[in-house]
Design a protein around this ligand. Structure first.
Ligand SMILES: C[S@@+](CC[C@H](N)C(=O)[O-])C[C@H]1O[C@@H](n2cnc3c(N)ncnc32)[C@H](O)[C@@H]1O
Length: 274
């Protein structure tokens, strides 16, 4: 190759888990935020060996970040998708030390089953518990979390909404570093059932757009509904956390407990239940 040729990055095969990790996930940030919430909300002395159980973990990106936060941090991921778990074990563990890798465990199974982990924190993020559409099953899930959590343990969830998401809607975003564009589409929302169908589309520079690489058929649970079911499932205290805004009205990266969320066309919040 001539020395004068620009270095062109060789195109790797399209990898949907890579695209997911580099678009809608921010696992390093989420792990730090979960630990910040735990330290703030925990009653009594913090656990010496904090165990995180990441439910609906897919590639378990969060588990692999959690164990970097301390020498005694341990993480367990639970998912039904063996391919996603295997992808995470290969790719997310690349940056881990042997000690960190030894503190991550994966369970190929259903989050509704008792896996006898007894974690200090359970999380179900990126709205993954929205797969559950029946109130009775949501209560079954939250009750199972309450029972398996260690004393003083926390369940951390996220939720989204706002008038813009209650109708067909598309957000376009760019990952400049990885040279691709992606779209988060709300295809339909049903005001009666609160069934919401969403898709993720990707387009790598110089290639055709790949539609519906990930599709979700969810129930859009509202915060008051989630709180009611959490309380019925044994959680006595629920906090809401959200990102603050800068002067331009954009997220400032600082998450704090909030009491209300007003005048937002779209919003994402975290719920911390204990
Ligand atoms: C939206 S993805 C996961 C997102 C991930 N938690 C994140 O933060 O980006 C949803 C995952 O839930 C898994 N899943 C759905 N129902 C499940 C169940 N009952 N038990 C375990 N995993 C389940 C799917 O296999 C899929 O990998």
């Amino acid at each position: 190759m001539s020395r004068n040729h620009p270095r062109v990055k060789a195109k790797t095969p399209f990898d949907k888990y890579f695209m997911y990790t580099h678009s809608v996930q921010g696992a390093e940030h989420d792990a730090e935020l979960l630990w910040k919430m735990t330290k703030k909300v925990w009653s009594g002395p913090l656990p010496a060996k904090p165990i995180l159980q990441e439910d609906f973990c897919a590639t378990a990106a969060l588990c692999y970040e959690w164990v970097k936060l301390g020498n005694n941090h341990q993480a367990v991921g639970v998912d039904l998708d063996a391919d996603a778990l295997a992808w995470g074990a290969t790719h997310h563990s690349e940056s881990l030390t042997t000690s960190q890798t030894g503190r991550v465990h994966m369970i190929h199974g259903d989050v509704l089953h008792n896996h006898k982990v007894y974690p200090h924190v359970i999380c179900a993020l990126n709205f993954s518990y929205f797969f559950i559409k029946e109130r009775s099953v949501l209560k079954q899930y939250f009750t199972a979390c309450r029972k398996t959590l260690a004393k003083n343990g926390l369940l951390i969830l996220d939720a989204f909404g706002g008038p813009d998401y209650l109708m067909s809607h598309i957000d376009r975003r760019r990952n400049t570093e990885e040279s691709f564009t992606y779209w988060w589409e709300v295809e339909t929302f049903d005001a009666i059932s609160h069934q919401i169908k969403c898709h993720l589309h990707f387009k790598r520079d110089g290639e055709a757009r790949r539609d519906r690489v990930f599709s979700y058929d969810w129930r859009l649970w509202s915060p008051p509904e989630i709180i009611d079911v959490l309380r019925e499932s044994g959680f006595k205290n629920v906090q809401f956390w959200a990102e603050g805004l800068n002067r331009m009205g954009r997220g400032n990266g600082i998450f704090k407990p909030i009491k209300s969320e007003k005048e937002c066309s779209t919003w994402i919040i975290y719920l911390v239940a204990k």
